[in-house]
Write a protein that binds this ligand. Sequence first.
Ligand SMILES: [Zn+2]
Length: 202
Amino acid sequence: MMTASIGQNVLVLNRLWQAVHVCSVRRAFTLLYAGHAHVVHEEGDSYQTLNFEKWHDISQDYCGADVVSTVAFKVRVPRVIVLLFYDRFPKKEVKFTRNNIFDRDKHTCQYCGKVFPREMLNLDHVVPRDRGGQMSWENIVCSCIPCNTRKGNRTPSEAGMRLLRQPKRPRWRPSLHVTFAKASEDSWRNFLDLSCWHVEVG
Ligand SMILES: [Zn+2]
C-alpha cells in the first residue's frame, strides 16, 4: 500500500546538479530503480548520492511519514534526485515574453536607469517598428513611461538618449519556474534559483 506522500513531487537535477524538472514520486522511483538516477540526500552540510539499494537500506531507520511501504517493504520518499545520464538541458529557450523582458532588464528603465514597478514600465522598440525594428530580444527593452514618451518614434541617438546596455537574448539558465509554495520544500531551495526565468519545462 502506498502512502499519501506518493502524490508529492521530487526535484530532478541533471548531472551538473541543475534543477531541470519536477516529477512524481512514482517516476522518481522508476528512475532510481532503473539506475538512471540517485537520491540526493542531505546529511548535515553536505549531500550524499545514493542508489536505490542504499536509499532503501537507510530508509529502514527512518521514522517519518513520507515513506512508501508495504508490510515487507519500506522506502523513504526522496525529495531530490540527480540523473546519472541525462545532462541535456530542456530544449526550450527563454520565452520572449513581456515578463521575461522585465526580468532580463531587472525592472530598470534602460534609458534613465531607474527601477520601477512593472505597471510603470513599457516595452520600447529601440529601433522603431516603422523603421523595421523587430519585436526581438535585441530590439526590445524595458523603459519607463517618461523616457518612452521622450524617445517617441526615434532611435536612441536621434533622441539623444543612450541605452544602459545593448539588449541581448538572455543566456539560457536551466532553471525551473517553481512557485514559492512548492519551493517551500526546504530540500529544494539550494537547487533552485528563485529569481529564475519563467520557463516551462515539459
Ligand atoms: Zn526612464
